[in-house]
Design a protein around this ligand. Structure first.
Ligand code: ATP
Length: 235
């Protein structure tokens, strides 16, 4: 049998109070695939990411990551294979870059031996022994990305990854995404910058009020009638 999709959502609903933050959403992410998750504020993007991370439990349906229900004990063992870049990363100013990576690696139960190479990969090797408090914004974002790349994740979840990124860091970010895909990682990135990130992605999923209203290539979406104007102008 073929191995299961790295991520699989089956009719997933998450309810807060009387609001369906995610409403009957299904999709799979395949190895080597990069999917952009688009939608307005409150559309349900962050909630989907939290469901895949297993931080919250679905009220209906099933969320599978690397073959396990994300709320099962077995999923906890797999979490080290999931990289996550939140919209804002809390980095401790008094730790150095290399200490920061060691901290996150230990949280994930990963060895720290490749961390120097990882800092070099994101272009901040020269600052490895400097405290993060003195880093520029771009350097902090590169370090945050390195944190998400620890242990060569098989699933990478990125929340608004390029917001406020300088051009050189953005280019590096795209290069790294390509590299990960060629190693078979499945990537989900939430975005407002659909025009920019949609072209990096193999597929775009559009969310509105918790529902999936479109799922296809940028070309497919351009041909799809009935998409909200705020999404159409970004295509
Ligand atoms: P943004 O781009 O602003 O991050 P989003 O698409 O990520 O938006 P979500 O954060 O997933 O949207 O929120 C979807 C809906 O669920 C929103 O209406 C939000 O208010 C609601 N919601 C999300 N988390 C909670 C929570 N912990 N408690 C109550 N309501 C929540």
């Amino acid at each position: 049998a073929s191995s299961p999709a790295p991520v699989s959502l089956q009719a997933v609903t998450k309810i807060y109070g009387d609001q369906r933050a995610v409403d009957g959403v299904s999709f799979d992410l395949h190895p080597g695939e990069c999917v952009a998750l688009a939608g307005h504020n409150g559309a349900g993007k962050s909630t989907l990411i939290k469901l895949i991370l297993g931080l919250i439990r679905a009220d209906e349906g099933r969320v599978m990551a690397l073959g396990h229900d994300t709320c099962s004990p077995a999923a906890a063992q797999q979490r080290r294979h999931i990289g996550y870049l939140p919209e804002t990363v809390a980095l401790h100013p008094s730790l150095t870059g290399i200490e920061t990576l060691a901290f996150y690696a230990k949280l994930k139960g990963l060895p720290t031996k490749d961390n120097a190479a990882l800092l070099s990969r994101v272009g901040i090797a020269q600052a490895a022994k400097r405290r993060v408090g003195g880093y520029s914004k771009g350097m902090r974002q590169r370090l945050a990305l390195a944190q998400a790349l620890l242990g060569q994740p098989r699933i990478l979840l990125l929340d608004e990854p390029t917001t406020g990124l300088d051009p050189a860091s953005r280019l590096l970010f795209y290069e790294i995404l390509d590299e990960l895909r060629s190693h078979g990682a499945a990537i989900l990135l939430s975005t407002h910058a659909l025009a920019e990130l949609g072209s990096q992605a193999d597929r775009v999923i559009v969310m509105q009020s918790g529902r999936k209203i479109a799922d296809g290539s940028l070309g497919d979406l351009r041909r799809q009638a009935g998409l909200p104007v705020r999404i159409r102008v970004t295509l």
